[in-house]
Design a protein around this ligand. Structure first.
Ligand code: NAP
Ligand code: G4F
Length: 381
């Protein structure tokens, strides 16, 4: 079996490539030309995969690669995937996140092999926006989303994803293409992009732990005296005005910049990407193409993520370390997501295996370890 992955350099692309290799697939990954390396998530599997240069906004390159590689399966994970950025770059988001999908579907349609290619599209729970269904629970009404919840997108990103979602359904109905969409709720991991809230928090924690407990070049923790001095500084942290400081290095400054975040009350259904790429593959293996919600069925606020993440490094009161910065508020917010993956469970046998607490702790551990082993330059985000 041969699969093409658009978006192989991203979080999901890297996990999906690993999964397909384990299953014996030939994997072709499409990467765009950029001025800095973007292969860090897939460096460890590079010898086992084929990389082809391409961009989903370029219809010719998309069509050529599909003709030349003649894949059995195509997974489209490529997107401008950051919701906040989509408000600042709506046109680019539209071209990549919606237009790119049309390019792939047209390329499949005219490939001469349209009945031999199975296509997966990365749809998103963001498409639900503010909508939810209600169901009676033990003590209160439970708000949730599933495949029947009407869409009400709240951002240029979600609107582009919804256009792509409808295109997939339309090409399935019109041309009989095996095309399915996974409506995936938020999924994170140790490889999550650093601008998403979960990784932003755990990356900050990693850098902070390194600052609190400095290490030498070999990553060994230096004397406790230094860390005691820094803990003393932390006890007086309320007196520090860190507004206009710029930190280039973690090691040579007396203070540490606070973690700047936006809306802490937003609730998300957060799973682990490793579980979710398994869901993508299972959808494509089913004999009929369909759309599925992939989620955990639990929801937590950004505050609850902070609770677990900071507790994991021994800090109960994270409020001392976090500043609310309106820069990170969005013009329109999605307040609440909780997905019910009953259809994926019933039809595909899919279930998540990594709990919310395990997810947070794995991310914190990974960033603490990564910071310990490196000397990252810290810049304000
Ligand atoms: P990600 O880490 O941001 O990865 C996005 C990928 O798209 C990267 O490989 C990126 O390449 C590539 N890309 C961007 N523009 C491109 C273009 N013009 N041509 C070709 N490739 C392009 O996203 P992710 O978290 O892995 O998510 C994967 C997909 O699932 C995305 O479509 C996302 O919108 C969707 N999704 C994600 C979640 C989630 O919670 N993670 C939930 C629902 C849906 P570079 O490395 O060159 O930037
Ligand atoms: O981590 P986020 O940026 O993820 P968001 O907007 O939910 O989108 C992610 O999940 C979608 C699936 O539902 C995907 F389709 C999409 O591609 C992406 O992977 O923000 C989560 C919440 C938001 O409510 C945001 O307002 O966290 C809030 N937040 C609070 N402070 C912040 C911050 N988000 C970011 N990125 N940065 C902050 O400082």
């Amino acid at each position: 079996m041969k699969a093409i992955i658009f978006g192989i350099t991203g979080q999901d692309g890297s996990y999906l490539a690993e999964l397909l290799l384990e299953k014996g697939y030939e994997v072709v990954g499409i990467t765009r030309r950029v001025s800095v390396p973007t292969l860090n998530r897939i460096n460890h599997i590079l010898p086992k995969i084929k990389i082809v240069e391409g961009d989903i906004t370029d219809a010719f390159s998309v069509s050529n690669v599909i003709k030349e590689e003649a894949p059995d399966e195509i997974y489209n994970l490529a997107a401008q995937s950051h919701v906040g950025t989509s408000f600042k770059q709506p046109s680019l988001t539209w071209d990549v996140t919606a237009g790119g999908v049309l390019n792939i579907l047209e390329a499949i349609r005219y490939s001469g092999r349209k009945d031999d290619i199975k296509f997966y599209q990365a749809s998103s729970s963001e498409m639900f926006g503010k909508n939810y269904n209600l169901q009676e629970g033990f003590a209160e009404m439970i708000k949730y989303q599933d495949e029947k919840t009407p869409f009400a997108p709240q951002s240029p990103y979600a609107i582009a994803k919804l256009a792509a979602h409808h295109l997939v359904r339309n090409y399935r109905d019109s041309y009989g293409i095996f095309a399915c969409s996974g409506i995936l709720f938020n999924h994170e991991s140790e490889r999550r992009g650093e601008k998403f809230v979960t990784r932003k928090i755990t990356k900050w924690i990693g850098d902070f732990v390194k600052w609190r407990n400095p290490t030498n070049e070999l990553g060994q923790i230096l004397s406790d005296e230094l860390s005691d001095a820094r803990m003393e500084f932390l006890d007086n942290i309320e007196d520090i005005d860190d507004e206009n400081r710029i930190y280039n290095s973690l090691m040579d400054k007396e203070g540490f910049p606070k973690l700047r975040l936006g809306n802490l009350d937003a609730k998300r259904d957060w799973g682990h990407a490793e579980d979710y790429v398994r869901g993508m593959w299972e959808m494509v293996q089913h004999e009929t193409p369909n759309d599925y919600v992939v989620a955990t069925g639990e929801t937590y606020s950004v505050r609850e993520f902070l609770d677990i993440a900071f507790k994991h490094i021994g800090i109960e009161d994270w409020q001392d370390f976090v500043v609310i910065d309106p820069e990170f508020y969005r013009p329109a917010e999605v307040d609440y997501l909780l997905g019910i993956p009953a259809k994926a469970k019933r039809v595909l046998g899919w279930e998540p295996q990594i709990s919310f607490e395990q997810l947070v702790e794995r991310m914190v551990d990974s960033d603490v370890e990564e910071a310990r082993l490196q000397r990252p330059d810290l810049q304000r985000v």
